[in-house]
Design a protein around this ligand. Structure first.
Ligand code: ATP
Ligand code: SF4
Ligand code: MG
Length: 324
């Protein structure tokens, strides 16, 4: 166990490369015990790869560099046996697509019970009781009757609830949720977000919530990490970033997000595309799309640096951007 003042998870210089594809170019982020952190970035920015790298799920030919310290111990390069012991009670993950995460040929009850019998050595009777309790806890009605149903007999939202039940079965200290609501309609999405908030309040588990939606991030998290082209470009308290973004990319995201602006007429899509993942970036990766770019931006890569108390930004002109 970590002391409350020490990060539960501390990632430094995380890089993930698949052949020539630089999926993650150097991520630094930390999650304190019980803290809820949202990771935000557009499609392809390396969010899922970061989540999988934390879980030790990047397979060859993927290459991982840097450190992922969980409760003070680096997980990068650890044996599969060590990682398997941490997955579940230490860190659990809810994946982007519940259909991929569940096994179609086993009933959902069996899949939840198996975690408890295999990992905790419980007998089937005890595991069955707990599986019912977990299904009820995530809001599945008539859980006892539905225990024998197969994944395809549940709606997308209900399947995502079952994935959450499986993820929390071993009471993880950190839950990584990778866009768990992206495929769902808005009402179902709101229910899942309320469920995640309620589970956190009951158990005190920390949350790393991956999303491309600023409005969703704000509903579950107190801290925000903004990713662009495989790197962190801004991080800090979410409300403070909303009130005063200090990176032009965050500012552009705020202006392009329907949930974050006061009126549809204020929406501004971000023009252009992120840099090619096989190319080495010289200078600032956002420069080709940045309305604030100057010659210095193309020549000199900005570092992620402190720009005000509790805030970091990877922009040469962060202070000016924050005071526009
Ligand atoms: N196994 C793999 N082999 C090769 N490239 C991969 C692999 N997994 C991911 N990538 C690449 O890494 C980059 C980052 O992918 P990632 O899935 O992390 O994006 P994301 O931010 O989660 O996007 P989305 O919002 O669409 O889920 C992409 O260019 C993707 O094609
Ligand atoms: S460093 Fe320059 S190009 Fe990059 S975000 Fe800041 S102003 Fe824009
Ligand atoms: Mg993803």
């Amino acid at each position: 166990m970590t002391a409350p003042s020490q990060p539960l998870l501390e990632i430094a210089g995380l890089k993930v490369q698949f052949g020539q594809t630089k999926a993650v170019r150097g991520i630094d982020l930390s999650v304190m015990p019980g803290e809820a952190v949202a990771v935000l970035g557009e499609s392809g920015s390396g969010k899922s790869v970061t989540g999988k790298a934390i879980m030790g799920l990047i397979n060859r030919p993927g290459r991982v560099e840097g450190t992922v310290a969980f409760e003070g111990r680096n997980l990068v390069g650890r044996s599969e046996r060590d990682l398997a012991a941490i997955r579940g009670p230490g860190i659990a993950m809810v994946f982007q697509d519940s259909l991929d995460a569940l096994n179609p040929v086993y009933s959902v009850g069996n899949q939840i019970m198996e975690i408890l019998t295999v990992r905790l050595g419980w007998d089937r009777g005890r595991a069955r009781e707990e599986a019912i309790r977990l299904m009820e806890q995530v809001g599945i009605k008539e859980a006892e009757t539905r225990l024998g149903d197969y994944p395809h007999q549940f709606s997308g939202g209900m399947r995502q609830r079952i994935c959450i039940a499986m993820a929390i079965a071993l009471k993880p200290r950190l839950l990584i949720a990778d866009e768990p609501t992206t495929a769902l309609d808005v009402t179902v999405q709101a229910g899942i977000l309320r469920l995640i908030n309620a589970l956190r309040q009951e158990s005190g588990m920390a949350l790393l919530f991956v999303t491309h939606d600023l409005a969703v991030a704000r509903q579950v998290a107190t801290s925000l990490v903004v990713m662009y082209a495989g790197r962190v470009v801004e991080r800090g308290k979410i409300d403070e970033i909303f009130a005063r973004p200090s990176h032009p990319y965050t500012r552009a995201l705020l202006a392009s997000n329907p949930g974050a602006v006061a009126h549809w007429s204020q929406l501004q899509p971000i023009a252009g595309n992120p840099p090619d993942k096989a190319t080495k970036v010289t200078g600032c990766a956002f420069a080709p799309r940045c309305p604030r770019a100057e010659p210095r931006c193309r020549a000199e890569a900005p570092e992620l640096r402190d720009v005000m108390p509790g805030r970091q930004s990877r922009c040469h002109f962060a202070e000016e951007v924050a005071h526009v």
